[in-house]
Design a binder for this molecule. Sequence first.
Ligand code: SAM
Ligand code: SF4
Length: 375
Amino acid sequence: MLEAMKPLPLVPKPDAGQTHLEGRPAVPGMSVEDQVPERALRDPAPTTGPLIDTYDRIADDLRISVTDRCNFRCTYCMPAEGLQWLPKSDILTFEEITRLVTVFHGLGVRSIKVTGGEPTVRADLPKLIGMLRAAAPDLEISMTTNGLLLDRLAEPLAAAGLDRVTVSCDSLLRHRFAEMTRRDAFDRVLKGIDAAERAGLTPIKLNCVVIAGTNDEEVVDFARYARETGQEVRFIEYMPLDAEQRWERDKVVPGADILDAIDRVYPLVADTTGHEPAATWRFADGAPGAVGVIASVTEPFCDACNRLRITAEGDLRACLFALGETDLRTPLRQGATDEELQGLIRTNVWRKWEGHKINHADFQRPGRSMSMIGG
Ligand code: SAM
Ligand code: SF4
């Protein structure tokens, strides 16, 4: 079986020189092998059926990063000066992305999310969406974006086959939006959201990273926004995935506290229809819109996680916090068959750990920050 390796192109590089899946220790003296479930070390991955791991979780949702670059510099994600961008030749081509998505689709993946970095800065993005749509007509294709370029891209993306968008927006106040994203772009993002609505990229979801002492006082305003627009606002707990490594536990606002604050003003009822990790709540008075929380820190949902991620350079990660990843680009470029790619993918998923360790004493941040993984 192909077992491609290459050094991690990380900034910062806490353990530069280490290699992929087999080589990066989570804790000094501990190998990545130690984090692989015992059963996965003993038994090979199944060769048929859905993409399953040893905890019986089925992976059917794929986030695919189409660039590591971004036109924002959100404080909780990237430094003001940006990161060391990948050379163009390292980034998967449209043909390579389409090939991989076709292989994943054949393995039971039903939905993909195009992400980044900022996906809309990738040139000719509608062309890629059109290629993906043609390759897998029944696939749900969505995109996570900061919304800056949606005013001109929403229409062509929808025409090419994009189903819906999630737009990140951390404040409804122009000055705070500028502070958090380091770009004075609030008005243009609102225009982008309008354009997405008009283009039918719905239902629109808004992602809001809540940081204590920064924007937590706005959660009720965001709930009001959800009621007024009919959109779903999803509050994301601040995760230790910022490139500058400034994350502190005290800055995390628990999802439960966010829901309490909203419920006191706009009573909420749980929406139990979805199987997404984000718990969704509707308004008890029947108002449109919804709120959700992604409480990865205080209430990890690892036991229900169905997500996989591919980085812009083609590395497969079974967990946001995974310390190992599988290089798919090298075998792809070396002419691997679909069966060989399937084998690499199945093995990666089979070896997925039980859950991330944010709340454990031996937690170690992954070498990649959020924009380099693809959130
Ligand atoms: N640039 C696009 C955007 O911002 O929507 C897509 C990529 S971004 C990395 C994906 C999501 O990750 C965004 O909703 C962003 O708010 C979130 N994110 C980034 N850093 C985060 C962190 N440290 N903790 C929690 N969420 C984070
Ligand atoms: Fe860019 Fe998205 Fe990271 Fe903000 S969260 S810096 S928009 S990749």
